[in-house]
Design a binder for this molecule. Structure first.
Ligand code: PLP
Length: 227
């Protein structure tokens, strides 16, 4: 499938999810996750009109970045080791995986301007997933006050890989209610207006539950995928 065709189906699905939940499609940005695919395929995505690209490893990011340079907006979506921060800092526009103060400290130190971050939350409580426990998020966000270059744009989560729609909805709803709690802190550095949630198998549900950024790999740029 061409990226363009996949994109059209995904956009139609997002429009439908917006319709049933009383939202506007313009509230939802699509991040094309290119971690599994070639530079050529990433280029095809940009040519199809994709503005946001996501990578989860520094090598992958640097490689794609070299070839596409400043065309797309770059999102770093994977776990980031502290020692790798310096490799990616001046290449990315958003960091979706802020999950510990040691990482915040290093990002703050290496930043040349304010870095737009998402605090990653492990809402499902699965041991394999990264992110803060929901109960620790408010304290964590308050602790970020000491880092002048960190801006909390929103919260991010990865839902479990499951067909259980109710479970998925509950995950996304939990992230949304946490977002509300962060907003109630009224911190200048943490407007927290964004929700990064939803992947190939669950983005429609995520949009219905309030996602403002969906991170889609397989269904969008996967070479064999169908939506
Ligand atoms: C790989 C990945 C995605 C995209 O996954 P798909 O299921 O291929 O859409 C989204 N978010 C994160 C953090 C990822 O690592």
């Amino acid at each position: 499938m061409r990226v363009e065709d996949n994109l059209r189906s995904i956009q139609a699905n997002i429009e439908h999810a917006c319709k049933v939940s009383g939202r506007q499609p313009s509230e939802v940005k699509i991040i094309a996750v290119t971690k599994y695919v070639s530079v050529e395929r990433a280029k095809e995505a940009v040519e199809a009109g994709i503005v946001h690209l996501g990578e989860n490893r520094d090598e992958g990011l640097l490689n794609k970045w070299e070839h596409l340079k400043d065309k797309p907006i770059w999102h770093y979506i994977g776990t980031l080791q502290t020692r790798k921060v310096k490799n990616v800092m001046d290449k990315i526009d958003y960091l979706h995986s802020l999950d510990r103060l040691s990482l915040a400290k290093e990002v703050n130190k290496r930043a040349t301007k304010k870095v737009k971050c998402f605090v990653q939350v492990n809402v499902s409580g699965e041991e394999s997933k990264h992110g803060l426990n929901p109960g620790d998020v408010l304290e964590f966000v308050k602790d970020l006050a000491q880092f002048e270059n960190i801006q909390v744009e929103g919260l991010m989560t990865m839902a479990p890989y499951t067909e259980d729609e109710l479970l998925l909805r509950r995950c996304f709803q939990n992230l949304k209610s946490l977002q509300h709690e962060v907003q109630q802190l009224h911190l200048d550095y943490a407007p927290c207006n964004e929700l990064s949630m939803g992947m190939s198998n669950d983005y429609q549900i995520a949009v219905e539950e309030g996602a403002t950024m969906v991170r889609i790999g397989t269904a969008l740029v996967g070479e064999k995928s169908e939506v």
